[in-house]
Design a protein around this ligand. Structure first.
Ligand code: W29
Ligand code: MN
Ligand code: MN
Ligand code: MN
Length: 273
């Protein structure tokens, strides 16, 4: 679906509420805290801000957030698990404000951030922005994926392939799937080529003004493969390596894009303690 210029205001309002919540829970992340308690506060904040949770009741999910700790890749279920010093966690919140969806996630750390976790978080955050920088009308979704994949793999980390971003707006999920890797490689001249280096066409949809979607790369320190735990939700790295994720909701504009879910507090400190 292609949205109209006046729809951007609704997305900014929804995105801002989601981003404010992620700002406001930062002080709640510390060793000894449970992820259920963080989610409880998120639930209260959604209501206090006059918004509605998009995830409570979605496909049978019962919580206002997904909280994914360490080698959990995504869809971690809040629970009695107690955070310990050095744990890194992604908190993912989606709210509905006047029918508009704001979907965003970011990383936090309980206690002291290890150097390798800091590197992972920084590369993951920067890969999201490499993808965002590729968003403009005339580029393709493959350009977004290639920008992310090239950056991540240049740091000898891996891009999770089993989950992707998505269209959103007046709905939570809509086509297209927004892949965080590309069905082509970029050669040294930036040409789109196959793995074996022969020029190839880009089959992915072209970006157009008025498209709203998320970019939500998941990056692993080890191999890309994931598996789902017996709870049928929690996705973990197969090799148990650490995984990080950042997500923004964005809208394509005439000359680039607008990010709807930027922190109003201008916060980005992976080292929340
Ligand atoms: C808990 C929400 C949920 C349930 C099935 S997939 C999913 C989900 C979680 C985070 C997201 O960013 C998203 O787009 C979907
Ligand atoms: Mn993780
Ligand atoms: Mn999300
Ligand atoms: Mn999402």
């Amino acid at each position: 679906r292609i949205y109209d210029p006046e729809d951007f205001a609704g997305m900014h309002a929804a995105g801002r509420v989601a981003a404010e919540i992620l700002d406001e829970i930062a002080p709640l992340v510390f060793p000894g805290q449970t992820t259920a308690e963080i989610d409880r506060v998120i639930t209260d904040l959604v209501e206090a801000k006059g918004a509605v949770s998009a995830t409570i009741g979605y496909k049978g999910y019962k919580h206002a957030s997904c909280i994914s700790v360490n080698h959990v890749v995504c869809h971690g279920i809040p629970g009695p698990k107690v955070l310990k010093d050095g744990d890194i966690l992604n908190v993912d919140v989606t709210v509905i404000v006047d029918g508009w969806y704001g979907d965003t996630s970011r990383m936090y750390v309980a206690g002291k951030l290890s150097r390798k976790a800091e590197r992972l978080i920084q590369v993951t955050h920067d890969s999201l922005f490499k993808g965002i920088e590729a968003v403009r009308p005339g580029n393709t979704f493959g350009d977004i994926g290639a920008a992310i994949q090239t950056y991540v793999e240049s740091h000898r980390m891996s891009v999770v392939r089993d989950f992707c971003g998505h269209g959103l707006g007046r709905v939570f999920h809509a086509p297209p799937n927004v892949l965080h890797y590309a069905p082509f490689r970029l050669n040294e001249d930036g040409q789109k080529v196959t793995i074996s280096g022969t020029p190839t066409r880009d089959p992915t949809p072209v970006l157009e003004e008025g498209m709203f979607f998320t970019i939500e790369p998941m990056v692993n320190l080890g191999r890309p493969e994931t598996k789902i735990l017996a709870d049928d939700w929690t996705a973990v790295t197969r090799d148990k390596s650490l995984s990080a994720q950042f997500e923004h909701s964005i809208g394509v504009t005439a000359d680039g894009c607008e990010i709807f879910t930027l922190s109003p507090g201008g916060l980005f400190h992976p080292t929340y303690s």
